[in-house]
Design a protein around this ligand. Structure first.
Ligand code: HPA
Length: 279
């Protein structure tokens, strides 16, 4: 068996032994949304350490467990903490948690992150609906022998961020009086923030926000046929746009400040997404 698939199946077997829950939506919490779990009617928790071979994060503020429960009536699995490519993991390990959530039964992947704003009409504290991404600066998680059990060798990428789900999020934001920007997310490897020249390059390439996650996860989820949506929290304007140097602490502070509104948008969007896909 393929080494990557074998590891995934091992994690899946140990999940099945420990948790009896079928989630519909998989939610990834970026910086600042770490305490979202407080809004979930929790049914079970699974520490990443309990899964043999599962990659465990080393970033401050990124704790490591799956939380199973309900957002309203919607069964969800929520990842409290994700691993990043810059931590030194193989890219196939970075996306293993996503693949595992698909095997758990989820249909929708809801990605959130903190990102630097590139589009000069954005400001720190804005939210951005992700309409598309640029992942060309990171290795594809699909490199290597194709895992036919998961998806095809050459997956189409023309509608990664599901247009129906985008509509639901837009409508949800409007109904709740929450302003939301829209744009293209670009993933760079990090962990260093960008230089001003790199930010100008990203803008010239058509990116509106920059971060160090999300796109590789979307590539793996799209490979497996998941419906995907994502929202960035613009925690800072990217380097060279803002006169101030960037610090992880400030990024976290802004993300924390807008967290209540972000949580509301995520909660209401999940409820409406579930209605949409079950109608
Ligand atoms: N660049 C990259 N990643 C980020 C940023 C940024 O400015 N802010 C939050 N995550």
């Amino acid at each position: 068996m393929n080494r990557v698939y074998e590891k995934l199946m091992k994690c899946y077997e140990s999940f099945k032994k420990k948790v009896d829950f079928i989630p519909e939506v998989a939610l990834i919490l970026g910086s600042g949304l770490g305490d979202y779990a407080e809004d979930i009617k929790v049914e079970a928790e699974l520490d990443y350490h309990e899964l043999d071979g599962f990659p465990v994060s080393t970033v401050p503020g990124h704790q490591g467990k799956y939380i199973f429960g309900y957002v309203g009536e919607v069964p969800v699995v929520c990842m409290k903490g994700r691993v990043h490519y810059y931590e030194g993991y193989d890219i196939s390990d970075v996306v293993l948690p996503i693949r595992l959530m698909k095997l758990m039964g989820t249909k929708v992947l809801f990605l959130t992150n903190a990102a630097g704003g590139i589009n000069s009409s954005f400001k720190a504290g804005d939210f951005m609906l992700i309409k598309d991404h640029i992942s060309s600066f990171i290795p594809s998680p699909l490199i290597g022998a194709n895992i036919d059990e998961l998806g095809v060798r050459f997956p189409d990428m023309s509608n990664v961020y599901d247009t129906k789900l985008q509509k639901v999020i837009r409508r949800t934001a409007a109904l709740n009086d929450i302003d939301i920007q829209e744009g293209v997310y670009i993933q760079l490897t990090g962990p260093n923030y960008e230089t001003p020249a790199e930010v100008r390059m990203c803008r010239a390439l058509g990116a509106d926000a920059v971060g160090m996650s999300t796109a590789c996860e979307a590539v793996a989820a799209n490979h497996m046929g998941m419906m995907i949506c994502g929202i960035s929290c613009i925690s800072n304007m990217a380097s060279g746009i803002s006169p101030n140097p960037l610090s992880h602490v400030e990024v976290q502070e802004v993300a924390d400040r807008v967290a209540p509104l972000f949580k509301k948008l995520v909660t209401e969007s999940i409820k409406n997404i579930s209605k949409e896909i079950n109608s």
